[in-house]
Design a binder for this molecule. Structure first.
Ligand SMILES: Cc1cc2nc3c(=O)[nH]c(=O)nc-3n(C[C@H](O)[C@H](O)[C@H](O)COP(=O)(O)OP(=O)(O)OC[C@H]3O[C@@H](n4cnc5c(N)ncnc54)[C@H](O)[C@@H]3O)c2cc1C
Length: 250
């Protein structure tokens, strides 16, 4: 006799193995996942991973050309955080569930020449994927301006990679990191921009000579930053494309 699975039974999700882990700060880390089934995605999309049925979305750092799926995760400590405290305890060789389909529409909009990309901490993730892919494909014809914000300079993950991209391609990649607490001891020696990334919008729009007709503004990460960028961008006549990692009222 065969048994019919209950319609409410959770789907058996494919697994992915953590092949590598790098800790950035006490609450920020990167993992690389090796999915057990082929996993396709577009730069800017996210995957859904989980442990024991508890699932969350994570934007993908890697480009689709890379053999493993790279993620950059921030710990939301208990009691607020649910999955991240579990993920934070996991290391190489351990497995998570991984939905087989990537999702998301936070993609590069090719029809714009200029792409002004603002992020807070982990919000830089989709831009790294977009830029790695753009450079891998040896594309030209667009210009990218990445403004990356964090409270502290040691949270500015992917800053070396983005800085190198900008140095290697000064004609079409500009990278500006900023720390919102430049006077704090943890930021001692910081000589770059200071202030929240959203407050730099008007300055860099003017400095870079960006115009709404051929520029799209992207905002990813902290919901408060996104709201402010939308207001500032709209006041200057720009379209803003957003990806919120969480809701303000949660
Ligand atoms: C499309 C999408 C892409 C995402 N990509 C990433 C990513 O690349 N890296 C990443 O770390 N997270 C990302 N997130 C957030 C992620 O899905 C989880 O919400 C987050 O990791 C916290 O999970 P949790 O289960 O520990 O806490 P949750 O149960 O999800 O949230 C608990 C509480 O913390 C709030 N919260 C969630 N995240 C944060 C945060 N970073 N800082 C402060 N408060 C927060 C929630 O609003 C809620 O109130 C993304 C979310 C979305 C929707």
């Amino acid at each position: 006799m065969t048994t019919t699975p209950s319609p409410k039974a959770p789907p058996k999700l494919p697994l992915a193995t953590i092949s590598r882990r790098v800790d950035v700060t006490h609450d920020l880390w990167k993992i690389w996942l090796r999915p057990e089934v082929p996993f396709k995605f577009k730069p800017g999309q996210y995957c859904t991973i989980g442990v024991d049925g508890l699932e969350r979305a994570y934007s993908i750092v890697s480009s689709p050309y890379e053999p493993e799926v790279e993620l950059f995760i921030e710990l939301v400590p208990p009691p607020d955080g649910n999955l991240t405290p579990i993920l934070h305890r996991m290391g190489t060789g351990e497995r998570v569930s991984m939905r087989p389909r990537a999702k998301g529409i936070f993609l590069m909009q090719d029809q714009y020449v200029n792409h002004l990309m603002l992020s807070t901490v982990t919000g830089v993730v989709p831009y790294v994927s977009i830029l790695r892919s753009y450079l891998h494909d040896n594309r030209r014809g667009h210009r990218f301006f990445v403004l990356q914000g964090a409270s502290y300079h040691d949270e500015l993950t992917y800053d070396k990679e983005l800085g190198e991209m900008a140095r290697n391609h000064p004609g079409f990649i500009t990278y500006v990191p900023t720390v919102s607490r430049p006077k704090e001891e943890r930021n001692q020696g910081w000589t770059g921009e200071g202030g929240r990334v959203n407050t730099l919008l008007e300055k860099y729009v003017a400095k870079l000579g960006l115009k709404p007709i051929d520029t799209l503004i992207y905002a990813c990460g902290h919901p408060g930053m996104i709201e402010d960028v939308k207001v500032r961008g709209a006041a200057l006549g720009f379209e803003v494309q957003e990806e919120r990692f969480w809701k303000d009222d949660e």
